[in-house]
Design a protein around this ligand. Structure first.
Ligand code: GAL
Length: 668
């Protein structure tokens, strides 16, 4: 990319043709450089089966090309037209309770449906052939937010596809019976034909069956995506392909698997303006998305200029915060700032969703902010392509997330995103940049690796952690990690069996806390709070850093530290309160020789560096009051007209500064 792209979803088909004159003028004012076209166009371009009319799309793309604006062109399959489900009601998805969903909204297709895939393929073939050489075409956008509304489908076509998937995975029914522990509750299958999707059952379904259905459902959507991807690869092999993940982090799709089939990763991001800490979760999502392809820049495909329409109460974004949130994504590796959508529609379900051009037109606060941001981004093209580097990795795996949140566990309070954010927050607040990587990733480049409740862990991952620490790495593992194998079978021999020697301990029994309950620990002579979980830990060589301070576990280890090989493995047997977590991780990061991007920043100021030919330091003030930041070495403000390098930066309330200079490791 030669700049950070700016624009949004563009649906001119909602207005008479003359709207282009106004769109063209306003897009130029806002320095729009990329728009997404055609996401929901199927019913328009194929009004009757096999009858195509691309007139509107032709006109839109020609207009864009003439204005020098690039198009992210959709394959148009996100919302099948009413005629398709009318003729083939079997394409409509079915819930676990057997309810078949109706048409009349969007994403009304079963991803496994051969009928849906056949019609989608015919359309994609037409679209790709027609626009292969169009001068506006920059990249392909397959479907829209796979797995957003339809996370799983339980229809008969899905059942058939699930059986095929299982037969491929296990080969024999005996292997499946062993993996699923079907001797329990008399669930033994005598053939794949007997297996159904885990529909609503009298009580807890078999957890391994559920886990495989999660895996299958992600793969079924991936199959629908690949059905289109293969056509694009054949017709336009040189045009990059993406699909927008619904964020900030989505449970239904295994993004690690998906990105192997994408040229560039893209994400939709809608942090809630009512939530004063929503930028924390946003940052975590951005760090994860950036890490999916080894730090390659990614696309912020959608965000809102202000309010959305789909929460129960929809706050606008206060002045300045749309800019702040946009720069936050760029700071964490995005090479685009795109919105849903260019112009606010007068009708339809999203008429109260904000847009770049609101119902009120150009003379509005939103458009003024949109215009300023577009011009600002256009003035800093050199940022595109630069990369974020991190010394800390947080481990994330969709398989473990699915397994962690299955039922019949010691506590339903242990959920993956809460766990991630609890472990991520101390780094975020300390301005220590983290990657979020798969547990099998090569960890040797990181100084510290954090493992938040990685319940499901195959032996290869346990070996990866062990060799990382043996080689001198610092590792912090929290409770209920390394408990089950890939089939959700508990490792016998004392929890967490594959990590016991590494951690120097054994967990005798889990003691989860009651709903809303808390406990305390003795830590460094103070009484420190914790929640969610406690457990009976027997040290087998680990040093005891904190002990539980109350109840039946009083005096027993709560946090430990174990030297192993040339490295160190920490263990957290509870969820320390946020301030305690910060204290602990300050100590762990100091030992691991991990330092913040900038030391001593005021609270609420985020600092991230992207490295290219030079370093770009992004300073983001999340406070409603101004702050001044002192730099260790002078930086040149990239966003203002030529200004002498300075070591002091004033940030307005919700203000942003981007400085070029030497802010990397060598400069610290
Ligand atoms: C996204 C979706 C867009 C639009 C937007 C509104 O999830 O891809 O089409 O609905 O949400 O926030």
């Amino acid at each position: 990319m030669e700049r950070v792209y700016y624009g949004g979803d563009y649906y001119p088909e909602h207005w008479p043709d003359g709207i282009w004159e106004d769109d063209r003028k306003l897009m130029a004012e806002a320095a729009v450089s990329l728009v997404t076209v055609g996401i929901f166009s199927w019913a328009q371009v194929e009004p009757r089966p096999g009858e195509f009319d691309f007139g509107k799309v032709d006109q839109t793309l020609d207009n864009l090309a003439e204005a020098g604006i690039r198009a992210c062109l959709a394959t148009m399959t996100a919302s099948p037209p009413p005629w398709l489900s009318h003729q083939h009601p079997e394409i409509l998805p079915v819930r676990a309770d057997g309810t078949r969903l109706s048409a009349g909204a969007r994403q009304q297709f079963c991803p496994s449906s051969p009928v849906f895939r056949r019609y989608a393929a015919r359309l994609v073939d037409r679209v790709a052939t027609r626009y292969a050489d169009h001068p506006a075409l920059e990249l392909w956008h397959i479907g829209n937010e796979f797995g957003c509304h339809i996370r799983e489908c339980y229809c008969e076509a899905s059942a058939v596809d699930f059986r095929r998937w299982l037969a491929e995975r296990y080969g024999t029914i005996d292997a499946l019976n062993a993996a699923w522990s079907t001797t329990f509750w008399s669930q033994r299958y005598s053939g794949f034909a007997e297996i159904e999707p885990p529909r609503v059952a009298p009580t807890f379904p078999n957890p391994a069956h559920k886990l495989d259905f999660h895996r299958f459902s992600s793969d079924a959507s991936l199959g629908a995506y690949l059905n289109e991807r293969e056509i694009l690869a054949r017709i336009t092999p040189d045009v990059p392909v993406t699909t927008n993940f619904v964020g900030l982090v989505q449970k239904s799709l295994d993004w690690h698997k998906w990105v192997q089939h994408e040229d560039i990763v893209s994400l939709d991001s809608y942090p809630d303006p009512y939530d004063a800490r929503s930028h924390l979760e946003a940052a975590f999502g951005y760090d994860l998305v950036r890490s999916l392809k080894g730090g390659q820049p990614w696309l912020l495909m959608e965000q809102a200029t202000s309010a959305v329409n789909w929460r129960t109460r929809n706050s606008p974004k206060p002045p300045g915060t749309m800019r702040l949130g946009s720069w936050q994504a760029v700071a964490r590796g995005a090479d685009s700032v795109l919105f849903f959508q260019w112009r606010q529609t007068p009708g339809g379900a999203e008429k109260f969703h904000s847009a770049m051009v609101p119902h009120g037109g150009a003379d509005t606060r939103i458009f003024r902010e949109v215009r300023e941001l577009g011009q600002e981004l256009a003035s800093a093209p050199q940022i595109a392509g630069s990369r974020v580097q991190a010394d800390v990795a947080i481990l994330h795996d969709w398989n473990s997330w699915w397994a962690l949140e299955l039922n019949s566990h010691p506590s339903d309070d242990l959920t993956q995103l809460d766990a991630h954010l609890a472990h991520y927050a101390p780094f975020f607040d300390a301005n220590i940049t983290c990657d979020v990587v798969h547990p099998s990733h090569d960890l040797s480049g990181y100084r510290l690796v954090v493992v938040p409740n990685l319940y499901l862990m195959d032996r290869a991952v346990a070996a990866n952690l062990r060799s990382y620490v043996e080689g001198g790495g610092h590792l912090a593992v929290s409770f209920f990690s390394g408990i089950a194998d890939e089939n959700d079978r508990v490792y016998e021999g004392g929890y967490p069996a594959p990590l016991r020697d590494l951690l120097g301990l054994r967990v005798d029994e889990f003691w989860p806390l009651p709903e809303g309950g808390s406990t305390t620990m003795h830590l460094d002579g103070t009484r420190a709070g914790a929640s969610v979980w406690s457990e009976w830990i027997e040290s087998e060589g680990a040093d005891i850093v904190a002990t539980f301070a109350e109840g039946p576990l009083a005096g027993r280890p709560a946090v430990t530290r174990n030297e192993f090989g040339s490295g160190v493995a920490w263990y957290l047997g509870t969820r320390p309160d946020p301030t305690v977590m910060r204290t602990l991780f300050d100590r762990i990061t100091a030992e691991a020789d991990v330092s913040p991007v900038l030391p001593g920043l005021p609270d609420g100021v985020q600092a991230v560096v992207r490295r290219g030919g030079t370093d770009y330091l992004f300073l983001l003030n999340h406070n409603s009051v101004p702050v001044t930041v002192s730099l260790p070495s002078p930086g040149t403000d990239v966003l203002t007209d030529p200004a002498p390098p300075s070591s002091e930066v004033d940030l307005a309330p919700y203000g942003v500064a981007v400085l070029s200079g030497q802010f990397g490791k060598d400069a610290r």
